[in-house]
Design a protein around this ligand. Structure first.
Ligand code: GLN
Length: 306
């Protein structure tokens, strides 16, 4: 990787590392409260294959809501544009687990990245696959070229035991007829999907297809069409950070997605993907230091989509 990028990432990393972290761990999933809050890593992969990481970029973490982009990719490739009859493509302006707008919009979630939308995506996958848990994992292993990727049963079980809000969301949507399967089955898959683990290097590799027009970097295999790739990136830009999506676009200027495990992945089409992990979250549920680091990377590289 050219030394310019390395310097920018190194400087952004050192600057963010020295900040006093005002964030909090996502304790509502008890197992996530056991994560070492001082972990901090970043990894960039360029579409020319060069890559660079610093800090704890080889330590696995729970990618949580970042996995929603991958389940959307799978459901979108199965159902095509019909998917948007069940989920809208508008920013919600609400927290990731909010029930508020479901009443207003008759059980149609605002977008696929708030929990309600991701739960409907899981329902679609449960309807179309024989074994959604296994087939989704195979799909992710294939698109990333990383056969070693796995779920964390510990994290999934921990969330299943306390997933009251997600149960409420799923049952509420079911009452409008927008969940076709049994809520227990859909939620089980939703929690497994969120428990996917990756390190920053694996996460940045996994997302390269979205920086590469929908094709795998290594062999050019088509995962999704260019048009679907464009739309998924547009959704990440407008909805990837819940009620902080505007702030992320304003300060970082890239499509991206966060998770309550403290990970963020962002990408610059035809150029690079970058994954950062720092587990302490701001009040909107996004990694505090991760946001700061990415802001510096696009400011100093002068490479954002705007
Ligand atoms: N599994 C988490 C939940 O449903 C995902 C939320 C997130 O990462 N923002 O609450």
């Amino acid at each position: 990787m050219n030394s310019n990028y390395k310097n920018i990432i190194e400087n952004a990393y050192n600057k963010a590392k020295s900040l006093k972290d005002k964030g909090q761990l996502a304790t509502y999933i008890p197992e996530l409260a056991n994560v070492d809050p001082s972990m901090f890593g970043v990894h960039m992969t360029k579409v020319d294959g060069s890559n660079f990481g610093i800090g704890n970029y080889l330590i696995k973490f729970s990618i949580q809501s970042i996995a929603k982009v991958l389940s959307l990719t799978m459901a979108y490739s199965i159902l095509g544009e019909k998917l948007w009859k069940r989920i809208d493509v508008e920013p919600s302006g609400t927290k990731f687990d909010s029930l508020l707008l479901l009443e207003t919009y008759n059980g149609i979630p605002r977008n696929p990245f708030v929990n309600s939308g991701a739960i409907v995506i899981c329902d679609v996958l449960v309807s179309h696959l024989d074994n959604a848990k296994e087939e989704f994992l195979e799909f992710v292993r294939d698109l990333s070229g990383l056969p070693e990727l796995t779920y964390s049963d510990k994290i999934a079980d921990s969330e299943k035991a306390y997933g009251y809000r997600n149960s409420a969301l799923c049952n509420f949507i079911k009452s409008f007829g927008n969940i076709k399967n049994e809520p227990a089955e859909v939620l089980d898959f939703y929690f497994d999907m969120c428990s996917l683990e990756m390190n920053c290097q694996q996460l940045s590799y996994t997302f390269t297809f979205l920086a590469n027009g929908g094709r795998k970097l290594v062999d050019g295999k088509k995962i999704i069409s260019k048009s679907k790739c464009k739309r998924i990136n547009a959704l990440m830009l407008t909805c990837g950070f819940y009620d902080e999506s505007g702030e992320f676009a304003f300060k970082v200027g890239l499509p991206g997605k966060s998770g309550v495990g403290g990970g963020i992945v962002a990408l610059y089409p035809n150029n690079y993907t970058i994954a950062v992990w720092s587990p302490l979250l701001n009040p909107k549920g996004n990694s505090y230091k991760g946001m700061k680091l990415l802001e510096d990377v696009t400011t100093y590289s002068e490479l954002s989509i705007f």
